[in-house]
Design a protein around this ligand. Structure first.
Ligand SMILES: *Cc1c(COP(=O)(O)O)cnc(C)c1O
Length: 375
């Protein structure tokens, strides 16, 4: 049997490069609590993301802290088409998620937000799914009109730019995940990007037990600090990020050559990125299978790839409102588009370190499935 190709593989620097950073940590004997690696990584990220930045142990804790810092209460309009983290962060903070359906690009459907707003609504938590940017202008307009806070779960969207500007500046706070499986990682890690100085103190204190200084504890905080080893990995990976995105792009283009000559398989709208001056990060390779045209289902393709030792993933299936922990409280039929997409979506293997041979294996398997059904 051929070697397993996983849906992704983490971005890693050479070991020599990482050891250079490790040497600094051994010399400083500073392993966590805002050490020199943290400070350097933070300052590089502030430049790249064009906003103020705080770093955390992971994206989920960062999101949790963003919610706490904004002192949200009541209902939050969000999407069921996301990773568990987005909804869990709301529920864990005693908030009620109100699920809005998604549009064609898998992000929240801005035309359906306003009908969900009540006098209890305090915020919108939207997700830049697969690195596709939400309709940030419309969301800002709605938030302004109804006096709502806006958080973006930008876990998928590191390095994405719109009209030459980082997307980190939209909303009150944006969260980026630096988990090993994301486009860019610090092993595990999370970023909160923000521009309003008034949030700085809470965003910093909440990740370290609410400690402001030795004798002043300002809030009921957590322990969610990014350590020096993670920051060091982030510094090293940042140096190879551009190459990594370029490598991903080439792989995506190979997939597209095959998909474009078959009907019934929808991909992200790459034309749209070009036309709207969006610099995309090639974070994922989702395809949506319309069985009525292809003659095979998403699950058929998933199983077929598995027989070839290719690990495509149903990302996001099930949608959040169909989780065992949520299905009694929410109704996934109220977001029919999200539900439909969840049943049809498959993300194909994609990483900067895929070899040409691995890419060919994936492409050939996909082609085989498409052609088999055409006969
Ligand atoms: C990965 C992810 C998170 C959580 O990030 P972690 O760093 O893994 O905690 C949150 N939201 C989305 C959409 C994600 O994909």
């Amino acid at each position: 049997m051929e070697k397993i190709i996983n849906v992704t593989s983490p971005l890693m620097p050479t070991m020599e490069r990482y050891i250079e950073e490790l040497n600094k940590i051994w010399n400083s004997r500073w392993m966590t609590n805002n050490g020199p690696e943290y400070v350097e990584f933070q300052s590089k990220l502030e430049e790249l993301l064009e906003n103020k930045v705080e770093l955390y142990v992971n994206g989920h804790m960062a999101l949790d802290i963003a919610i706490k810092a904004l002192e949200l209460k009541g209902e939050v309009i969000t999407t069921p088409y996301t990773f568990a983290s987005t909804t869990h962060a709301l529920v864990m903070n005693g908030l009620t998620p109100v699920f809005c359906d998604i549009g064609d690009d898998y992000t929240i459907d801005v035309d359906k937000i306003e009908e969900l707003i009540t006098d209890k609504t305090c915020a919108i938590l939207a997700v830049h799914v697969y690195g596709c940017i939400c309709d940030v202008d419309k969301i800002e307009e709605i938030a302004h009109r109804h006096n709502l806070k806006v958080i973006y779960d930008a876990a998928h969207a590191f390095a994405v730019k719109k009209k030459g500007k980082s997307i980190a500046g939209y909303g009150d706070i944006s969260m980026f995940s630096l988990h090993a499986t994301k486009v860019f990682n610090s092993i595990e890690g999370g970023i909160l990007a923000y521009h309003d100085e008034k949030y700085a103190r809470e965003l910093r204190n909440l990740r370290n037990f609410g400690i402001e200084n030795e004798e002043s504890i300002t809030s009921v905080g957590l322990n969610a600090k990014m350590n020096e080893f993670a920051a060091a990995m982030g510094i090293c990976n940042l140096e190879i990020l551009e190459e990594a995105i370029a490598a991903r792009r080439i792989i995506v283009e190979k997939y597209l050559e095959i998909i474009q000559c078959s009907k019934g398989i929808k991909t992200l709208n790459y034309e749209n990125f070009k036309n709207n001056d969006i610099e995309y990060n090639y974070a994922y390779m989702p395809i949506e299978i319309d069985e009525s045209i292809t003659g095979f289902t998403r699950d058929d393709l998933h199983s077929f790839l598995k027989t070839k030792n290719i690990g495509a993933r149903k990302y996001f299936y099930p949608i959040v409102t169909d989780y065992e922990c949520y299905r009694d409280k929410f109704n996934s039929n109220l977001t029919p588009n999200a539900k439909k997409v969840g049943d049809r979506i498959l993300t194909l293997p994609l990483s900067a370190s895929m070899t040409e041979e691995e890419v060919s294996r994936c492409c050939n398997a996909l082609r085989e499935m498409i052609e088999r059904k055409r006969m």
